[in-house]
Design a protein around this ligand. Structure first.
Ligand code: HEC
Ligand code: HEC
Ligand code: HEC
Ligand code: HEC
Length: 258
């Protein structure tokens, strides 16, 4: 399931490290260039990760030579040492929570890419982590930010409306039907600040119009976030929100490094 993601993360490192690992990993006949003459002979299969190592789930079916480049890639993506996830010298152990969390994160990332980008590897560990073990969190403003005050002025909801489901107060609610209307100023302000944009990045006049593709994209993003909550966080609150990927930009960066 996570094959594409793993391939793209190790590709830049594989070239550099492969030569070295040919010595470390016993008898890896992987990755030898095949000449026309060789092709007539039966090929011996490269050793697979699970044949060389003891506790392989994510990398099942990958050549054993890909495991260490993958580990080096994760070190850079999260800005950590091997022992952040491993008890030194017992690499196979699942004792550290961070190792288990890493496996979960691979499945989560793959889920997102399947849901939004037809399986293309658009989102990876770097998108959120940016070289840090803790993905940067939304800098919650101390007092109501200007975006929120603007939204409150524009919506001017009565006390009664504040508590009603959004679908009963606004004209065109599809994603957040049961969210109390009174939360919309905070939510819309959060959208704006997470992407570093103004309201008109997603809206034309009137707000109920779906003319802008960005508004329609935002709905897809909302559906993805609730899919993540449902599949990975037991349907409750998820720490994966707009800000985690966007970090103040309309489009998160492509690629897996600075
Ligand atoms: C962010 C967490 C993380 C970091 C950092 C990390 N690893 Fe891993 N490592 C894992 C996970 C997860 C697996 C299991 C892979 C799987 O399920 O296929 C693993 C598996 C391994 C294995 C295979 C063990 C076995 O017998 O099953 C080795 C060897 C290994 N790592 C070495 C390293 C080295 C060396 C480094 C530092 C360069 C490193 N790792 C950095 C998470 C990490
Ligand atoms: C969509 C954003 C996102 C992506 C993509 C993502 N992560 Fe995370 N990751 C987070 C957030 C947010 C947390 C903090 C979760 C929490 O507080 O419970 C986290 C936590 C972690 C932790 C635990 C950190 C700790 O000290 O508790 C590890 C390890 C980790 N991620 C590894 C990865 C790896 C490896 C990848 C790529 C396969 C990845 N993450 C992809 C957002 C992301
Ligand atoms: C990133 C895109 C995005 C940004 C930025 C944004 N919105 Fe929205 N807004 C949406 C989406 C998506 C909906 C529809 C929600 C749904 O279907 O549940 C919506 C719905 C609304 C509605 C309800 C319209 C109706 O009658 O159906 C109002 C009012 C609104 N936004 C105001 C604002 C204001 C004010 C701002 C700026 C502070 C803002 N929005 C910023 C995406 C955005
Ligand atoms: C898992 C990472 C991730 C999360 C979480 C996420 N986004 Fe995105 N979003 C992306 C990526 C990647 C793109 C850029 C797609 C592309 O390359 O065109 C994007 C694009 C968008 C766009 C279109 C921007 C444009 O100019 O075309 C909007 C609007 C948007 N996201 C809104 C949101 C909102 C609102 C949320 C929270 C409900 C959210 N996103 C959560 C990854 C994410």
């Amino acid at each position: 399931m996570t094959h594409l993601l793993i391939d793209s993360l190790i590709a830049p490192r594989l070239a550099i490290w492969l030569a070295l690992f040919l010595f470390i990993v016993p008898n890896p006949q992987a990755q030898q260039p095949v000449s026309a003459a060789d092709q007539s002979r039966p090929q011996s299969k490269p050793l697979l990760a699970e044949q060389v190592y003891n506790n392989i789930e994510l990398m099942k079916g990958k050549p054993a030579t890909a495991v260490l480049p993958m580990m080096l890639a994760m070190r850079d993506l999260l800005g950590v040492d091997c022992n952040y996830c491993h008890t030194p010298h017992s690499w196979a152990s699942d004792e550290k929570k961070t190792k288990l969390e890493t496996r979960m994160m691979f499945h989560l990332t793959e889920f997102i890419n399947n849901d939004l980008f037809a399986g293309k590897e658009r989102v990876n560990c770097w998108t959120c982590h940016r070289g840090q073990p803790k993905a940067p969190a939304y800098p919650a403003p101390a007092s109501p930010p200007p975006e929120r005050r603007v939204a409150e002025m524009m919506m001017h909801l009565t006390d009664e409306q504040q508590g009603l489901p959004a679908m009963q107060v606004f004209k065109n609610i599809q994603s957040m039907k049961d969210v109390p209307a009174g939360q919309f100023p905070v939510i819309m302000s959060y959208f704006s600040r997470s992407l570093g944009v103004k309201c008109n990045y997603c809206h034309v006049n009137p707000f109920s119009s779906d003319e802008k593709p960005q508004k329609r994209m935002a709905r897809k993003m909302l559906a993805m976030v609730s899919g993540v909550a449902k599949n990975f966080y037991g349907g409750g609150d998820t720490p994966i929100q707009c800000y985690n990927c966007h970090q103040g930009h309309p489009k998160p960066p492509e690629g897996s490094g600075p």
